[in-house]
Design a protein around this ligand. Structure first.
Ligand code: GLY
Length: 348
């Protein structure tokens, strides 16, 4: 088993091992004192891994209750959050117990937010089951729910007690969900690790399973380094937003229906690279993105995307921070006025 330790406001381990989901009970028993836990998951993940996780927890001596909600972003809502709170109350979960997020980004984000707020905070464990959740959302303690007026608008920083990553579970993902995560892996290569980028670029969606362990380990290591330096997202952590300023605008323009987050980020990385970087960097990026069946071009009018960028929650009083990679493996944070950003993107 590979272990990556994150030294943030609390220290915690990320365990990376094939098959570890079957042994999650023992790992969690070694991490927390309580032997009472609630598993929070969605209906698709429950069908695939709910019983494996519950059996493993019970074998390790836990009493387990489970809350299952419908799969999908629309569940990351105040309604589901209220149902989770009610479920935790009804099952007498106390501040010394822990809750477990079993699933992708939606499950991890809402469970983390419930853990940050229920009884003013209790421990939680992440068992991420998508590539995106393993390499990004389960690590670093960002938790949130969506509001009708936007994604992730209510949230908290709450680090998990541990993260259990089993790359065997990635074999049940559809191509679309795997591609979604690959956009974030390509992002890690672009911002911090040219070796990782070259490795990813020398494979395709068809044979990426051969290198998936390396991708998970390398990506999580980069995320760990960034989070340790800037847990609360006031500086260096912004580099993780490469492709996201425009990517969020693309997702929002299409009402979060047409493109996955990863597809939108892929387009966002290409758009900013096209404006700011040498053509050979753009070509390498586009070839890599295409190999993972992600889009490189967006049909939405630029001026519509720019209106949405200026509503982005990462905007700061008239300024926009965005990330460029003039070399593969190196990211720069740029801060410009909204007007300057608009002129850059419109090619004026
Ligand atoms: N997903 C970006 C971050 O964790 O900061």
């Amino acid at each position: 088993m590979k272990t990556i330790t994150v030294k943030a406001s609390i220290s915690y381990n990320i365990y990376i091992e094939r098959g570890s989901i079957k042994n999650c009970g023992n790992i969690i028993a070694d991490t927390v004192k309580t032997r009472r836990t609630a598993v929070i998951t969605d209906d698709i993940v429950d069908g695939l891994y709910g019983k494996t996780v519950t059996d493993s927890l019970e074998k390790a001596g836990f009493s387990v209750c489970k809350f299952v909600f419908p799969n999908g972003e629309s569940s990351k809502s105040t309604e589901t959050l209220n149902q989770i709170y009610t479920f935790l109350c009804e099952n007498n979960i106390t501040r010394t117990d822990c809750i477990i997020a079993l699933g992708g980004g939606v499950v991890g984000d809402i469970t983390g937010f419930a853990a940050a707020t229920f009884l003013r905070g209790l421990d939680y464990i992440q068992i991420p089951t998508t590539l995106l959740a393993q390499i990004d959302s389960s690590v670093g303690g960002k938790t949130a729910i969506d509001l009708p007026c936007g994604k992730n608008l209510v949230g908290a920083f709450k680090q998990p007690k541990c993260v259990i990553c089993d790359s065997d579970v990635l074999s049940t993902l559809s191509d679309e969900i795997l591609s979604d995560g690959m956009a974030e892996a390509i992002k890690y290569g672009m911002i911090r690790d040219s070796r990782l980028f070259d490795l990813i670029a020398s494979h395709t969606l068809e044979n990426v399973s051969e290198i998936i362990d390396d991708i998970v380990y390398s990506s999580v290591s980069i995320k760990r380094d960034v989070v340790e330096n800037d847990e609360f997202d006031t500086g260096e952590r912004m580099i993780l937003n490469f492709g996201h300023t425009l990517g969020h605008a693309v997702e929002s323009y299409y009402n979060y229906e047409t493109y996955t987050h990863g597809s939108a980020v892929a387009m966002g990385m290409c758009m900013i690279t096209e404006r700011e970087c040498a053509p050979e960097i753009l070509e390498k990026l586009k070839n890599c993105i295409t190999a993972y069946r992600l889009p490189v071009k967006c049909d939405a009018p630029v001026h519509e995307l720019l209106k949405l960028c200026s509503n982005d929650k990462k905007r700061e009083s008239g300024n926009i921070n965005y990330i460029v990679c003039r070399e593969i493996g190196k990211a720069e944070i740029k801060r410009v006025t909204v007007d300057e950003f608009n002129r850059l993107m419109e090619g004026k």
